[in-house]
Design a protein around this ligand. Structure first.
Ligand code: NDP
Length: 290
């Protein structure tokens, strides 16, 4: 028989998770602060608990998917976590993950933190490629791996309970830069009579061609050698980037999304690293005074 589980939070993501487990035959108990939002799941076979404490008492495996870390603390305030396996799929910071792990353990629970790399339509659809980063109790993860793999793929990233959030936020931060670039590129063509639909495939394939740069960056960071095999050194890149800024100016497009990266490049060159690849900018971010 399939593992019974409790799910706290039936928002967009929680509902998708509950549906995936119900469809796979797991007995699911749900609780939501606003009870009406759990109603649809009752019709699909979920047991609806009146309070979060009742929901936690119903199953040993307790999955939480609420708005933020503060709502997790609030929802679980009066629940007895003794002997529970708590899996927190609420997005938070690494420090929140670590603090929440210590809090859960002090209340007698094993704790696993998760960072969901999927949107609700990708949940329960393995072909979508959605997955969840997990960190914290390895024993909990191993014991419930099969159940956790039902809604999305699983990726273990370490015993440090902050690591799931760290990986989640690192990927989202990279995405933020990518979207900033896409936004600026469309702003430039928007000023002219360029068809955005015709431009989009050029942009998408250009970005795809650039992403392997991540591997080279990793190799240079790992070796500590930032100068061997450099194709376009930072001094050249930095000079080239003035064209990007001048074009924004000429075209009447705000450079605000470009300037922080350009300024960081110029600083690294001014520090005497113009012959290197851009990887040294990472050190500049991590140790701003160095
Ligand atoms: P929703 O806004 O749809 O749902 C939020 C849930 O949190 C609701 O169940 C809400 O209850 C509950 N909640 C909010 N505040 C409290 C509180 N103080 N006490 C108790 N319950 C509370 O968000 P999602 O379901 O989309 O997101 C849930 C988590 O999943 C978030 O951490 C989000 O970052 C993460 N996630 C979401 C993704 C997405 O695409 N949706 C993608 C990846 C991660 P109520 O109904 O009563 O308001």
């Amino acid at each position: 028989s399939r593992t019974a589980l409790t799910l706290l939070g039936t928002g967009a993501m929680g509902t998708a998770l509950a549906r995936a487990w119900l469809a796979a035959g797991h007995p699911v108990t749900v609780w939501n602060r606003t009870p009406a939002r759990a109603g649809a799941l009752a019709a699909e076979g979920a047991a609806v608990a009146a309070t979060a404490a009742d929901a936690v008492a119903a199953s040993r495996l307790v999955v939480v998917c609420l708005l933020d870390d503060a709502s997790v603390g609030e929802a679980l305030e009066h629940a007895d976590l003794t002997g529970r396996d708590l899996v927190n799929l609420t997005t938070g910071t690494p420090a929140e993950g670590r603090t929440r792990a210590a809090w859960a353990e002090s209340r007698g629970a094993r704790f696993l933190d998760g960072g969901i790399m999927a949107v609700p339509p990708m949940i329960g659809a393995p072909e979508s490629g959605g997955y969840v980063f997990y960190s914290g109790s390895r024993a909990l993860f191993e014991e419930h791996r099969g159940t956790l793999a039902v809604p999305a793929g699983t990726r273990w990233v370490g015993a440090d309970p902050g690591f799931a959030a760290l990986h989640d936020v690192a990927l989202l931060s990279a995405m933020s830069g990518l979207f900033a670039g896409i936004t600026h590129a469309f702003a430039l063509i928007r000023r002219e009579d360029v068809d955005p639909v015709g431009f989009a495939p050029l942009l998408a394939s250009w970005l795809t061609a650039m992403t392997p740069a991540a591997h080279r960056t990793a190799e240079q960071l790992a070796s500590g050698d930032y100068t061997t095999g450099v194709v376009s050194n930072l001094a050249m890149q930095s000079a080239g980037n003035t064209t990007l800024l001048r074009t924004a100016e000429e075209q009447g497009v705000s450079p605000e999304l470009l300037t922080p990266y350009t300024a960081l490049m110029a600083r690294r060159v001014a520090d005497g690293h113009g012959d290197e690849d851009g990887v040294g900018m990472i050190d500049l971010l991590v140790r701003p005074g160095a």
